[in-house]
Design a protein around this ligand. Structure first.
Ligand SMILES: N=CN[C@@H](CCC(=O)O)C(=O)O
Ligand SMILES: [Zn+2]
Length: 394
């Protein structure tokens, strides 16, 4: 087994609190040794062991690859007109999803896969080394099956978003749609999925409908996650906590009881400020969640309707500027927080035994991710110790 040393790291975020400087466990003047795709050693470069080969990172900062726990990459078509209308004052509503359903149903599996892979490549170039992928723009048994097959061929984190919005043919027959999801869609799609998700929201699915879908998914071995409290106060958070969901995502409109429930549960609260930015929605109060003791993850939520970005660095900048997270909290939420939301212990941190998924920044430390908004600082990305992306020098 050969070892590779990554040397001369100006500042290394490990997310191992046993090192200095809080939850991020930052080591200055650091080095990392990788063996067989896993982290074999981390510490100060002066103490680094010999290795078979090495890379000089030339005083760049290194941090774990971003863990994107919320994306909708299985779709076809464009909603830029929708975005333009919102910027002129039209309010976002769940109904816009139906436009993408029409386009997605008309696309071939190859077209869907090519689009998803193109976006995954964008994610990788901006530092994401793990990306969860949801279906949700098929909303028929056939189209969701295609979607989940494509999602699972692109990611280990495939989510069946069986109930995103009732498709046009079921617009006035929600109960029949939910029945079809339970009787057909879930049994046929479950072998290809890890997660079951619902959009529990005004204009999408009610609390009871959402509970029915999530429980049916759980009976087929899927782990629940919920879109909740994005556009209105509602039942999403409480339902997620009741069912022990891995995560409840968006969490913009929260009562005190919602914050309390999250703080006293293992359900991660995932903030997706790209969606709030692109819909001119209010931002979630991440400060309130963190101060109460909830675990907060941060994602980009790439989708054609509300957040057509794959840039976690952009979302870190938003989280710091507008969600009042500290730069350390935002970086933790986009790495270890995302891993918690996906119930993964092998990613999101750079500790011995973890997957060697990491990013080098053209910057002396991770603070620059928020300090230099809109600037592409990613100079290299590695997954399982192998180079995934390297910026070409000029
Ligand atoms: N909120 C629900 N689903 C997506 C948006 C879907 C769309 O408008 O196409 C989201 O996460 O923001
Ligand atoms: Zn979503």
């Amino acid at each position: 087994m050969s070892s590779h040393l990554f040397a001369n790291i100006s500042s290394l975020v490990t997310n191992d609190a046993s090192h200095e400087r809080g939850a991020l466990g930052v080591i200055d003047n650091a080095a990392v040794v990788v063996e067989d795709g896993r982290i074999a050693w981390v510490g100060e470069v002066a103490q680094a062991p010999d290795a078979d080969s090495s890379t000089d990172l030339d005083h760049r900062a290194v941090l774990p690859g971003f863990v994107e726990s919320h994306s909708h990459l299985i779709f076809a078509g464009d909603r830029s007109h929708d975005f333009a209308a919102r910027m002129e004052g039209t309010k976002y509503s769940a109904g816009g999803i139906r436009y993408t359903i029409e386009q997605t149903r008309a696309a071939s599996p190859e077209q869907l896969e090519n689009n998803a892979r193109k976006l995954l490549d964008e994610y990788a170039r901006s530092g994401s080394t793990t990306v969860e992928i949801k279906t949700g723009y098929g909303q028929s048994a056939e189209s969701e099956l295609t979607g989940i097959q494509v999602a699972s061929s692109c990611s280990d984190e495939a989510t069946l978003l069986a109930a995103h919005v009732a498709p046009p043919e079921y617009a006035d027959k929600h109960d029949e749609y939910v029945q079809m999801v339970v009787d057909r869609m879930i049994p046929e799609c479950a072998p290809h999925a890890k997660w079951i998700d619902v959009f529990c929201e005004k204009g999408a699915f009610t609390e009871d409908e959402s509970r029915t879908v999530l429980k049916a998914g759980m009976e087929h071995g899927l782990i629940p996650r919920v879109h909740g409290n994005q556009l209105t106060y509602g039942a999403g958070v409480q339902l997620a906590v009741e069912l022990g969901a891995a995560s409840v995502d968006h969490v913009v409109y929260l009562s005190d009881a919602d914050v309390d429930a999250l703080a006293n549960s293992s359900t991660v609260a995932t903030v997706l400020p790209g969606a709030d930015f692109s819909t001119r929605n209010d931002y979630p109060n991440a400060r309130r969640l963190i101060d109460a003791g909830a675990t907060v993850a941060l994602g980009a939520d790439c989708n054609p309707g509300t957040s057509f970005t794959t840039s976690i660095p952009f979302c870190i900048a938003l989280a710091v500027r507008d969600l009042h997270m500290s730069p350390d909290e935002a970086v933790w939420a986009a790495t270890a927080g995302g891993a918690a939301a996906l119930q993964r212990t092998d990613i999101g941190s750079l500790t011995v035994g973890a997957r060697a998924n990491f990013i080098a920044l053209d910057a002396p430390n991770h603070l620059h991710l928020a300090y230099r908004p809109g600037v592409d600082l990613i100079s290299g990305v590695w997954r399982d110790g192998a180079s995934l992306y390297e910026r070409r020098s000029a």
